[in-house]
Design a protein around this ligand. Structure first.
Ligand code: NAD
Length: 411
């Protein structure tokens, strides 16, 4: 099943609960605008290479569209469409005044030099600067992009439109960024994990956790949960998995990864396992924090963790989701679980517009407040309507977007 089919499946489950008409479903599902551009770039060796870039703007009924930019070889229009719609429901679930968008370039960023990556990014912005902006569509990082890429985007956009730091979020703190933004998605995943454990009556210090993906989201989630006294027994990245039943030294693993161009390859303080084996470990909490589609009906029966926190976008395909639901497992869905990132992005954007910067404590406090309210709302809806947490979250998101669409006037 392709990514968009999966999102549509979840959308329809919630739309059934909300009794949405077919016409309204089509309206809410259809993206406002899709852009695909050619990015021709001269590489360091003088050769010409052409990349393809995408930006899908899904919905702006609740505010400017917001969503990450992914640099990965598997980026295609289907995936970007799916992730753009997910952003629309996500911003609505946490009730921040944004719509949803997503973009990406089909490229392995590790296969090009830093200078080449900068040229590719600036050329991409040359192609799309007219359709993004602080009041229309605000990119942010996703897989394969980070603060450095955001700084290039701001600089290139400003060449056309003048000083506009709010055109992009998760910038370096020294360049109109915000302390606490980089950690926010992983921190949010950690906050949600603790809240889920508490609702299920489980003891935090007796909880073992396996995390797939040790990039921005996975590594900050691992740090937060370790500090909260959970035992993180397995981590992984594209080089494979690392398992240590008595708990991985997360600070040490992070230092190792940073010293090796953000790779755990060669890390010897834990047993080597595969990424597939990590997903099937007997742990209390599984946190997929890498790519989409890693749990399907092929491996769902072998997943043993009773709690799954979807830190990545779309890690569980609907056939697997059904298996987990039948088995009575708790799945905290991506539209809520990784919403800490976009929530902190909203804080950064709002501060940029006021030319003001909050301190780290205030960022963390406000983040905790927004995420806690969203969690309670989703949990309660799930109980009231006897639906999964995913259907409950989609119901809240779609309900808010649907009401804004109607109130704004359609015809
Ligand atoms: P990242 O590029 O910083 O890290 C990705 C990690 O996944 C890396 O450790 C990489 O080695 C690993 N990985 C890649 N392919 C893998 C594979 N086949 N098997 C195992 N590991 C693999 O990306 P990120 O920003 O941490 O994003 C991770 C997920 O979280 C994505 O699904 C993204 O959409 C989602 N997300 C990120 C943010 C954010 O603020 N960065 C916000 C919301 C959601």
């Amino acid at each position: 099943m392709r990514a968009l089919e999966a999102t549509t499946h979840y959308f329809n489950q919630a739309a059934d609960q909300l009794d949405l008409t077919d016409n309204m479903r089509v309206l809410l599902r259809t993206p406002k605008r899709e852009v695909q551009v050619q990015i021709p770039v001269e590489m360091d060796n003088g050769e010409l290479q052409t990349f393809i870039g995408y930006r899908v703007q899904h919905d702006n009924s609740r505010g400017p569209m917001k969503g990450g930019l992914r640099y990965h070889p598997e980026v295609d229009l289907d995936e970007v469409r799916s992730l753009a719609s997910l952003m629309t429901w996500k911003t609505a679930v946490v009730n921040i005044p944004y719509g949803g968008a997503k973009g990406g370039i089909s490229i392995d960023p590790r296969s090009v030099s830093v200078r080449e990556l900068e040229r590719i990014t600036r050329k991409f912005i040359d192609q799309i600067h007219d359709v993004i902006g602080p009041d229309t569509d605000i990119p942010a990082p996703d897989v394969g992009t980070g603060a450095e890429v955001m700084a290039w985007i701001m600089s290139q956009y400003n060449k056309y439109h003048g000083f506009n730091p709010a055109v992009v979020t998760s910038k370096p703190v020294e360049l109109f960024g915000m302390p606490g933004r980089e950690e926010a998605t992983g921190r949010g995943v950690g906050i949600f994990t603790l809240k889920t454990l508490s609702r299920l009556g489980r003891k935090i210090h007796e909880t073992s956790v396996a995390i797939q993906g040790f990039g921005n989201v996975g590594s900050y989630a691992a740090q937060f949960l370790t500090e909260a006294e959970c035992k993180v027994v397995a981590i992984s990245d594209v080089s494979g998995g690392y398992y240590r039943p008595d708990g991985i030294d997360i600070a040490g693993a992070l230092k190792y990864s940073r010293e090796h161009r953000y790779s755990l390859e060669g890390y010897t303080e834990a047993e080597r396992i595969s990424n597939e084996e990590l997903l099937e470990l007997k742990v209390d909490v599984l946190i997929p924090a890498a790519l989409g589609g890693v749990i399907t009906s092929d491996n769902a029966d072998r997943v043993q963790a009773p709690i799954i926190i979807e830190a990545a976008n779309e890690p569980i395909r609907p056939d697997a989701d059904k298996i987990f639901s039948d088995r009575g497992m708790t799945v905290l869905p991506d539209v809520l679980a990784n919403a800490g990132g976009v929530t902190a992005s909203y804080f950064e954007w709002a501060q940029n517009r006021q030319h003001y910067q909050w301190g780290l404590n205030r960022v963390r406090q406000e983040l905790d407040h927004v995420l806690s309210s969203a969690f309670e709302r989703v949990w309660d809806m799930s109980q009231e309507r006897s639906v999964s947490l995913r259907v409950a979250a989609y119901m809240i998101g779609i309900g808010r977007v649907g009401r804004a669409t109607i109130l704004g006037g359609i015809a």
